[in-house]
Write a protein that binds this ligand. Structure first.
Ligand code: PLP
Length: 417
């Protein structure tokens, strides 16, 4: 009797066969692993929001407004009425979507306008849009690097950079987190044709910053290129929101910037690479997530366009998120909490234990404050935390309410005295 006739066979969609025994086996394997994740206290439940993204939101199971401190909505633009109106307008004018990749029939004038505005914002030659920054990171390394080349990647880079690098054929070298001694040793020893240093501008789990000025200096010394992922910097970090290179006084010196439209810049979705014209042109020919995935829908492009106009005109929101950040960091440190990172609206309140972080977040929610505990595998074992994210849209009274709730819960759970 064949192996197939032993197990039950079904005819699925499209005439394919699947095996009930195999599916039972899959359920058992995954079920055991899920139970393990729950036992370890690292299971990530999703709270269901029933309002728009904002500093005040409602969640399923409660009609009370809660104060939100865990969105990447740094500039508070995710439900900005002007942006929503512009998005509605372009939705009507340009339709729901293009049903096409860019090079077949998926490029509208608004895609070109947005690419131009983003390049203008960053002071670069050109920009290529992607469906997400995950895609931008997945598409760049494989497209431009060959086995003759080498990529030097900070060990704590975002998962999408790690995955993007995995896909390429270049020599892959990892340097210790923000350790320029280690990076220099590796650059010195390399005889690669192209050398590319890849780093997050801001590391999203720790709120700490890449030493970009020193990285750029090393790059010049060893004839390397610098790639920076600015997802947690574009639009709000640095004096006018130009990101980490502005913060570290090396404006215009980074070779390649990847960033997202899905966080500070309206929070819809979309990502991009901005840099030298030849690079952008080449990515349009070779980058697989660009070539083989649908174009951004007009309503989403509209969000990016409106946000870019706002940011090119004023940096008021940038300044507001920076002063709110200072207020939170100073008061929490004074109260006895350990806040990781530097000067950034990502304020990780370090707790260590995964269950404690999860319990702390639940207690905060009973006080009307929405924060999330982060634990392994998103952060290293034993380094669980609550990642607070400050927005320009928070009022000072809202920031103070969160601080007071942290102090109350921190005392009751014996995190502070
Ligand atoms: N890079 C970093 C540093 C991120 O934090 C994220 C999102 O979590 C991404 C890339 C992916 O961005 P997107 O949501 O646009 O795919």
């Amino acid at each position: 009797m064949s192996i197939f006739s032993k197990s039950l066979l079904f005819r699925g969609v499209g005439g394919r066969h699947y095996s009930a025994a195999a599916q039972t086996q899959l359920r058992e394997i995954l079920g055991t692993q899920l139970a393990g994740i729950k036992d370890a206290g690292t299971f990530k439940a999703e709270r269901i929001i029933t309002s728009s993204q904002s500093t005040q939101i409602t969640v399923q199971g409660s009609d009370k407004k809660i104060l939100n401190f865990c969105a990447n909505n740094y500039l508070g633009l995710a439900n900005n009425p002007e942006i929503v109106e512009h998005s509605q307008k372009l939705l009507e004018q340009y339709g729901a979507g293009l049903s096409s990749v860019r090079f077949i029939c998926g490029t509208q004038d608004i895609h070109k306008q947005l690419e131009k505005k983003i390049a203008q914002f960053h002071g670069r030659e050109d920009t290529i849009l992607y469906a997400s920054c995950f895609d931008a990171n997945a598409g760049i390394f494989e497209a431009i690097l060959t086995p003759e080349d080498a990529v030097f990647s900070d060990e704590l880079n975002h998962a999408s950079i790690i995955d993007g690098i995995r896909l390429c054929k270049a020599k892959k070298q990892r340097y210790k987190h923000r350790d320029l001694g280690d990076l220099e040793e590796q650059l010195k020893a390399s005889d690669a044709r192209l050398k590319l240093i890849a780093t997050d501008g801001v590391f999203s789990m720790d709120g700490n910053i890449a030493p970009l000025a020193r990285i750029v200096k090393l790059a010049r010394k060893y004839n390397a290129l610098v790639f920076v992922d600015e997802c947690h910097a574009t639009g709000f970090f640095g004096a006018t929101g130009r990101g980490t290179e502005e913060y570290d006084n090396v404006m215009g010196e980074v070779d390649i910037i990847n960033s997202t439209l899905g966080k500070a810049l309206g929070g819809a979705s979309g990502g991009y690479t901005t840099g030298p014209a030849e690079l952008i042109s080449f990515l349009r020919q070779k980058s697989r997530p660009y070539l083989f995935s649908n174009t951004l829908p007009p309503a989403v492009v509209a969000v990016g366009l409106k946000v870019m106009d706002m940011l090119l005109q004023s940096s008021e929101l940038t300044q507001r998120v920076q002063s709110n950040t200072q207020r939170f960091r100073q008061a929490m440190t004074k109260a006895g909490f350990t806040i990781a990172g530097e000067n950034h609206p990502i304020c990780p309140v370090m707790l260590g234990d995964a269950r404690l972080a999860s319990k702390f977040a639940d207690e905060m929610l009973t006080r009307g404050i929405y924060v999330i505990g982060f634990s392994y595998p998103v952060v290293p074992q034993g380094k669980a935390r609550i990642r607070v994210q400050i927005s320009a849209a928070h009022t000072e009274a809202e920031i103070d309410r969160a601080i007071n709730a942290f102090i109350e819960v921190g005392r009751s759970l014996k995190v502070i005295q």
